[in-house]
Design a protein around this ligand. Sequence first.
Ligand SMILES: Cc1cc2nc3c(=O)[nH]c(=O)nc-3n(C[C@H](O)[C@H](O)[C@H](O)COP(=O)(O)O)c2cc1C
Length: 253
Amino acid sequence: MISRLTWIRAGFFCPACLINSAEWEQTARTGTDSVNLLAISSSPRKGGNTDLLLDQLLRGVGDALGDHQCITGRRDHNSTVMIPADSPVSSGHFIEKIHLTGLNIKSCTHCDYCQNDGNCIIKDDMQQFYPKLLAADWLVLASPIYFMAHCAQAKLFIDRCQTFWSRKYILKQHLRTPEQPNRRGIFISVGATHGPKVFAGSKITMKWFFDALDMDYWENLLFEGFDEKGSIKQSPGILAQAYQLGGKIVENL
Ligand SMILES: Cc1cc2nc3c(=O)[nH]c(=O)nc-3n(C[C@H](O)[C@H](O)[C@H](O)COP(=O)(O)O)c2cc1C
């Protein structure tokens, strides 16, 4: 039988080999020093500044895991999975990056259905994220600054995480478990302008977003003065900071 890793190595999209949400959770829980990291790129500009920073961070994670040849493959056109080549899936290292652009994520309607059982009644592409967000030890959200806030794609995603707020504050569920004592969040953002308040609004949003997810707001990567698509590449020092943060994640497993 062709293993899933073979497919991932080859970069093929094979529906039979997809890592589904249940497997993702299972994978996450098999190692005590595992990386179970979900990286969300929300900018509508794929290959834009925040997306590039996120890729650098993931590269840093992959390299710090001791393998410079991480197997990367696409689950579908929006998702990239990364598993260290020397580590079987069962080792527990699992990293997935997902672009929100192109996904069908509707806005929260404040119907309060999630207050019944912690699930969202809206059946769209957001559903794939709920088990992943429950299983994640690390969540990295990358969003550009739009009108002093997150971009719309990120905000839709954040608002649909009201389900976790309901679980935590209405249903009194513990999202942090003894098997998963550390849940940590990182925010990556870039704005074109300069000023003390460029990231102020989105940092407050992230504080309460990570709180709802029962995650520590662990680190920020915030950079001002970049507007053109990909212009952040002209600042290797900044890319290096993102890469180093990836290494720091692995140091803190
Ligand atoms: C609709 C829109 C609103 C924006 N608003 C702001 C803003 O309020 N402050 C700012 O510094 N930059 C603003 N920008 C610039 C982006 O934050 C900047 O170009 C950033 O580098 C984009 O990141 P990306 O390449 O990852 O999409 C705005 C851009 C757009 C398209």
